[in-house]
Design a protein around this ligand. Structure first.
Ligand code: ATP
Ligand code: MG
Length: 576
């Protein structure tokens, strides 16, 4: 995992707590878990949790379980279970044979609820949701505008006898009462300063089939009851979770203690937030359902599957997670740091190819008619073992429209009438003129002459040629579709919206631009779906599964320009 001390520094508060637990004998080994709810695909925030859960276990020679926290039948699905497993594996985390489902504990959880009833610590309530809320009370500002929490009110059903509660609970399970008519609640303290401790609901009646247990159950345990007990059932020593669960911790401990279960310890860390991104399954689901994106694996999504499809290598994502570290307070990380990590990784391993996104023809007037020369090109200057390939060069090439100007702006070193440029791997050419399409006024052909003495781009007479441009031989060009992605959301914080607006109003209008005229050199044919290459001077691109034999599709993974080092000097994190 992380090897330098600088990288692991932020992990330290969790590591220290765990080490102390081992020293003091509170636990004799380390056993963590990653507990996704199968109600959506994993996003990069979950990758951070995976990194922490598996990382801490590994650091202490322990193990990490994968447990699906599937206690909410309305939203859960096998499709999500499969997607989540695929993504965890792809990131390189291995749960071995420790795959669990909270739904496998339903029977055990039911008996633990009975145990609490017998201890006089749980009761069946007839109040409905609204009344429960009302009786619980809320935080209110006092006369100095400081929030305080006046005591709530006991439910009139709070003092039912153990026998009556056991009977009613059994009848809830047997389906005798309609949905919502009764709940099972923990009997804690209706005046507790933490509202969550005011007799939380443990079970509710819901006639919804569960994707694993079908119609076996019509009562389902609540998260606050099921989660700590599932941890305890598995002997989890350290239950690592994001900061929003901090307020649930007293409840976590209460259930495990009062059910006489394993004393799992919950430790919280800051959630990952990334600029220009939303990281909550709820919002991501909305984007999918409202067809703002093509699916959970749309390359603009911050999901693991989206990033994979976009061409992000797992190693780059892990490098990012190692660099941001684990903090105790929420913050927002600049998305450009993630892109920087992706670029660094791809620079090491991506094959280089030439492709032109917006082609215009370049005709070499003095090129011998019909001649094709095969030029040698290095596949990856960062990796000599990647070898070389041959690229065809001929008298008619495509270059990018961007690389030609009729009237050059200052410091323009690319092609314009009278100027010389080097064609990458090829020859030095001098622009002799251009033609325009009479219909649109667009430039249709650029003409030039080449200097045969400059093969490979060398200028034997030391002449100064500042510009080098890429090209593709027209006769050999493979057409492809380039999908150019930008941030899905325009503002840094998409969830910050003025009244009457939603985060959907913050969607960037041009987060996907499709370029259908793109062409690439013949070696592009060998690229497999899922492989990321660098189109020289253009960017990193990943071959998409939408590719067909007739037409390849490439997703722009990330551009080549990296401004991260500059930003890093200014500020490493934008603090919340
Ligand atoms: P979401 O808000 O996306 O719905 P969740 O917490 O409801 O996330 P779970 O499936 O319950 O999703 O999460 C599994 C684990 O991932 C939990 O331990 C949770 O704390 C952690 N997690 C979720 N989002 C983040 C995040 N942005 N940063 C760090 N950890 C996260
Ligand atoms: Mg959750």
């Amino acid at each position: 995992m992380s090897d330098s001390s600088e990288k692991t520094e932020h992990f330290d508060f969790i590591r220290e707590a765990v080490a102390e637990d081992l020293r003091s004998g509170r636990f004799s080994q380390v056993h963590t878990r990653f507990p996704p709810e199968p109600n959506g695909w994993l996003h990069i925030g979950h990758a951070k949790a995976l990194f922490v859960d598996f990382g801490i276990a590994q650091d202490f020679g322990g193990v990490c379980n994968l447990r699906f926290d599937d206690t909410n039948p309305e939203k859960e699905d096998m499709e999500y279970v499969e997607a989540i497993q695929r993504d965890i594996k792809w990131l390189g985390f291995d749960w071995g044979d420790r795959l669990f489902f909270a739904s496998d504990y339903y029977e055990l959880l039911y008996s633990l609820a009975q145990k609490l009833i017998r201890k006089g610590l749980a009761y069946v309530d007839d109040l409905d949701d609204e009344q429960i809320k009302e009786y619980r009370g809320t935080n209110v500002p006092d006369k100095n505008n400081i929030t305080y929490t006046p005591p709530g009110k006991n439910s009139p059903y709070r003092d039912r006898s153990v026998e009556e509660n056991l009977d009613l609970f059994a009848r809830m399970r047997a389906g005798e009462f309609p949905d919502g008519a009764k709940t099972l609640r923990a009997k804690i303290d209706m005046a507790h300063p933490n509202l969550l401790m005011r007799d939380p609901v443990m079970y509710r009646i819901r006639r919804v089939p569960h994707y694993r247990t079908g119609n076996t159950w019509c009562i389902y345990p609540m998260y606050d009851f099921a989660h700590p007990l599932s941890d305890a059932i598995e002997g989890i020593t350290h239950s690592l979770c994001s900061l929003e669960y901090e307020i649930h911790r007293p409840l976590y401990d209460w259930f495990n203690q009062n059910c006489d279960m394993f004393p799992s310890r919950q430790i919280e860390f800051a959630r990952l937030n990334i600029s220009h991104t939303v990281l909550s399954k709820r919002w991501l689901l909305q984007l999918v359902l409202e067809k703002k994106v093509s699916g959970w694996d749309d390359p603009r999504m911050p999901t693991i599957a989206g990033m994979r499809r976009r061409g992000y290598p797992a190693a780059g994502i892990l490098d990012f997670l190692g660099r941001i570290g684990i903090a105790k307070t929420d913050s927002m990380v600049d998305i450009q740091l993630l892109e920087h990590c992706i670029r660094e990784e791809l620079n090491k391993r991506a094959m280089r190819l030439m492709a032109v996104l917006n082609p215009v023809k370049l005709v070499i007037e003095n090129w011998p008619k019909g001649q094709v020369e095969w030029l040698e090109a290095v596949n990856n200057p960062e990796d000599p073992s990647a070898g070389t390939r041959k690229i065809p060069f001929s008298g008619e090439l495509y270059i990018d429209r961007e690389d030609f100007r009729e009237v050059p702006p200052p410091k323009y070193y690319r092609l314009f009438p009278g100027n010389q440029v080097r064609l990458r791997y090829g020859y030095i050419v001098t622009c002799t003129g251009f033609e325009k399409d009479p219909a649109h006024g667009d430039i249709s052909v650029i003409t030039c002459t080449y200097d045969p003495a400059t093969r490979g781009g060398d200028a034997p007479d030391n002449r100064k040629v500042k510009g080098t441009i890429h090209w593709v031989s027209a006769e050999h060009a493979l057409p492809f579709e380039a999908r150019l992605y930008d941030y899905l959301f325009e503002p840094e914080r998409p969830m910050e919206v003025p009244e009457g607006k939603t985060f959907l109003d913050n969607l960037a209008p041009n987060s996907l631009i499709i370029e259908r005229r793109a062409v690439a050199e013949p070696a592009t044919r060998e690229i497999s779906v899922g492989q990321t290459v660098q189109f020289e001077r253009v960017g990193y691109f990943c071959k998409d599964p939408d590719s067909s034999a007739a037409m390849a599709v490439f997703n722009r993974t990330v551009s080549l320009k990296d401004s991260w080092t500059k930003i890093e000097k200014k500020q490493q994190e934008i603090v919340h």
